[in-house]
Design a protein around this ligand. Structure first.
Ligand code: NAP
Length: 330
């Protein structure tokens, strides 16, 4: 089968595209004919040598997939050949990744794709959608009528947070790096969009939410706690999920006197059952049109190295050249 894989870590050009043997199916797995995958920042950190865990050799890159089941393992009773599925959490914790024509997956990480949802949309929403759902409802305990600020609403995670918060009945304030991107955030349901490159975003946030925000979701890798805590309402929750190397100062007094709380999490550590609850709601929102997959471009899988370089240029170097997810097709 064709696959995008690495034999050593390093810059995007370590990604090879070529033939690997089809995966050997274990009794508890199903074989998925992959129709679409999407790129996430963590794919680039792992490829670059983040060394979170030992990698299979060779390592097929990628976490997300959507496709169709073509074979079921002998212990699998509740999945059938021909079922369209999507999923995430592959290529992590030592598991093999998804950027290939075929993937052997434990179906605890798979969800049925609704008939009216494309493979591209399902793959684009996989890791980022589950992340947004966990952060908003499991950790942030967002309630209808509350105000949320998501910094980076045009990003993979941010666009999901924005739409799900809106679907959950919250007022949403976000940021965008250009007028075009701001307009897209409004179309996705943002009540207010701060164009952060042309104003003081903290001042603008204070004007828009003078009582403070109930949830402050930081998607950047360098959180500024002084500004964030000043923008938070009493008892507000801050969501942190990026920036492993960040060591910023923290305003202890202002934070605890307001009774605020800080919630950090990594989606891939959530149990399969917890992720399945998020996936079920994502499926409902995707099939009813309440959730839109923001796809910047669709590339052939052979361009995985180009896709990684582009993702890295945006997430790490903040070049602002991406306006949604990169989807690839084997
Ligand atoms: N903990 C977890 O479970 C988890 C899960 C998923 C992702 N993550 C992490 O979360 C981070 C975001 O992931 P992602 O997929 O959303 O990345 P992404 O698609 O690259 O999004 C990054 C966003 O940051 C925005 N941005 C850049 N500089 C900014 C600034 N100065 N002010 C405001 N916004 C700015 C960009 O907006 P513009 O284009 O509008 O400038 C872009 O939309 C990554 O570090 C990733 O590793 C963690």
């Amino acid at each position: 089968m064709k696959a995008a894989f690495i034999e050593k870590t390093g810059s995007p050009d370590v990604i090879q595209y070529g033939d690997l043997p089809a995966p050997a199916l274990k009794p508890h797995e199903v074989l998925v004919k992959v129709q679409a995958v999407s790129v996430n920042p963590i794919d680039t950190y792992i490829r670059n040598g983040a060394n979170y865990w030992p990698l299979p050799q060779p390592f097929i890159i990628g976490c997300d997939l959507a496709g169709i089941i073509t074979q079921v393992g002998s212990d699998v009773t509740d999945w059938k050949v021909g079922t369209r599925v999507w999923g995430s959490n592959q290529g992590l914790l030592g598991r093999q990744g998804t950027f290939a024509e075929l993937a052997a997956v434990d179906p605890q990480w798979l969800y049925k794709t609704p008939d009216n949802v494309s493979d591209e949309a399902a793959a684009a929403c996989a890791l980022v959608g589950i992340t947004a759902h966990l952060g908003l409802f499991e950790h942030g305990r967002l309630k209808s009528g509350e105000t949320i600020f998501v910094r980076g609403g045009t990003g993979g995670v941010g666009a999901m947070v924005l739409q799900m918060a809106r679907a959950g009945g919250a007022k949403v304030i976000t940021t965008a790096g250009s007028a075009d991107k701001a307009e897209r955030c409004r179309q996705l349901g943002a009540d207010h969009v701060i164009e952060y490159r042309s104003c003081d975003w903290a001042q603008e946030l204070a004007r828009l939410a003078p009582q403070g925000v109930d949830v402050f979701w930081e998607t950047l890798r360098e959180p500024d706690f002084d500004t964030a805590v000043a923008a938070m309402a009493p008892c507000a929750r801050m969501i942190l999920m990026a920036g492993r190397d960040a060591r910023p100062p923290f305003p202890v007094g202002p934070f605890y006197v307001k009774g605020c709380s800080l919630h950090g999490f990594a989606m891939f550590k959530a149990s399969a059952a917890t992720q399945a609850v998020a996936a079920q709601q994502i499926n409902h929102w995707l099939s009813t049109g309440a959730l839109y997959a923001c796809i910047d471009r669709v590339l052939p899988l052979s361009e995985a190295a180009t896709a990684h370089a582009l993702q890295e240029a945006n997430t790490v170097r903040k070049e602002g050249t991406l306006g949604g997810k990169i989807v690839l097709k084997p």
